[in-house]
Design a binder for this molecule. Structure first.
Ligand SMILES: Nc1ncnc2c1ncn2[C@@H]1O[C@H](COP(=O)(O)OP(=O)(O)O)[C@@H](O)[C@H]1O
Ligand SMILES: [Mg+2]
Length: 346
């Protein structure tokens, strides 16, 4: 039956998730449980709902533009988790609702050792505004940005083993067709784990508020993104220059800036003058301050850095090439092996 064959070959190059429903077309109730709170309702307060799900909120862990993150205790198991409480306003068409739908949808799909695990979620609808509660795996070692500001520059062998874990997590997302779009050390969390690659922490990719499923266009090319998003110092030049961009390549750039920071504790480009920073990116005007580094950077590391922060997105190293890169491949394979071994546990 030729007809069947045709549709098969057409869908061959598509990402796993672009065939299914996308969060933008889904109602909030299709994504999470909605609970009315207030007089005359089953639940009088948000606390009643939290209790109903057998959780207890404890101390504050962190804060962001969205709201607050608390430690939560799952009272059925006494296990500690993290609870991200997002303040959403009471308009269901709010852009924050859009981000939250994406965040939850994506967290449901990405299950991997190096990605923070989603445990439970629901939204409380109150007369003063809606609040989303996301319960997830607790990262009890803080975030990678704070960790690096304490440790200072890492050695190459250390950097490799941490970076390989981040690459494993992001590669998993990319292989499903999801771009993270806000990669930076502050969105990589640490979980104490003596069985991890470095024997101290497991690295967990988090914060999927800006993550999006990517699609192919009619010509079978990956569709371009246009939204300017992310954190400026991690943004690729094509975004800063307001060009349409391929989100996977932009993730690679942000990973490159992250790897540069890991080895130097500095930024590759000086954003005090943003226009100059963009000019330097495009002209590849960046160097290593070897005086601050633990040792002279290896040829392999320098070559990888050049290919990650390549201003030409068409020439920039791809995720597939990155996993096979001379500097990274061994550590990447170790990180992946560990993820495969622990798959059943997660
Ligand atoms: N699972 C978690 N375990 C521990 N701390 C967390 C967890 N999730 C978030 N945090 C803390 O809250 C901060 C903000 O969370 P994040 O998801 O990055 O939100 P935002 O969208 O505001 O950046 C993190 O930098 C971290 O300090
Ligand atoms: Mg964040």
């Amino acid at each position: 039956m030729p007809k069947k064959k045709k549709s098969k070959s057409k869908s061959k190059g598509l990402f796993a998730l672009e065939k299914g429903p996308t969060p933008s077309k889904m109602e909030p109730k299709e994504i999470t449980g909605l609970y009315n709170v207030g007089p005359g309702q089953k639940f009088q307060t948000e606390e009643d709902i939290i209790k109903f799900f057998k959780y207890k909120l404890e101390e504050k862990l962190g804060e962001g533009g969205f709201g607050v993150v608390y430690i939560a205790v799952d009272q059925t198991t006494n296990a500690r988790q993290a609870c991200k409480m997002c303040q959403l306003g009471n308009n269901m068409n709010d852009s924050r609702i859009m981000d939250m739908k994406n965040e939850l949808f994506i967290m449901e799909k990405v299950k991997h050792l190096y990605i923070v695990k989603l445990m439970k979620h629901f939204m409380c609808l109150t007369p003063t505004g809606n609040r989303l509660y996301i319960f997830m795996e607790l990262a009890d070692g803080g975030d990678f940005g704070k960790f690096m500001s304490k440790t200072g520059p890492l050695t190459e062998p250390q950097a490799k083993l941490y970076f390989a874990q981040i690459i494993c997590g992001i590669n998993h997302m990319h292989s499903l067709g999801i771009a993270h779009r806000d990669i930076k050390p502050g969105n990589i969390l640490l979980k104490k784990d003596t069985t991890s690659l470095t024997g101290d922490f497991l690295l967990l990719v988090t914060d999927f508020g800006l993550s999006r499923i990517q699609h192919h266009d009619n010509q079978g090319q990956i569709a371009m993104n246009r939204t300017v998003c992310g954190t400026p110092i991690f943004m690729a030049p094509e975004i800063l220059l307001r060009k349409p961009y391929v989100a996977f390549g932009v993730d690679i750039w942000a990973l490159g800036v992250t790897l540069y920071i890991m080895m130097t504790s500095h930024l590759p480009f000086d954003f005090r003058d943003r226009a100059k920073a963009v000019k330097d990116m495009v002209e590849k005007k960046w160097t290593f301050d070897e005086d601050v580094m633990k040792s002279k950077p290896s040829k392999e590391y320098c070559s990888l850095m050049q290919r990650m922060i390549d201003p030409n997105p068409e020439q920039r190293i791809t995720m597939q090439q990155l996993t096979k890169d001379k500097w990274l491949a061994d550590s990447y394979n170790k990180a992946q092996k560990l993820a495969n071994q622990l798959k059943r546990k997660k």
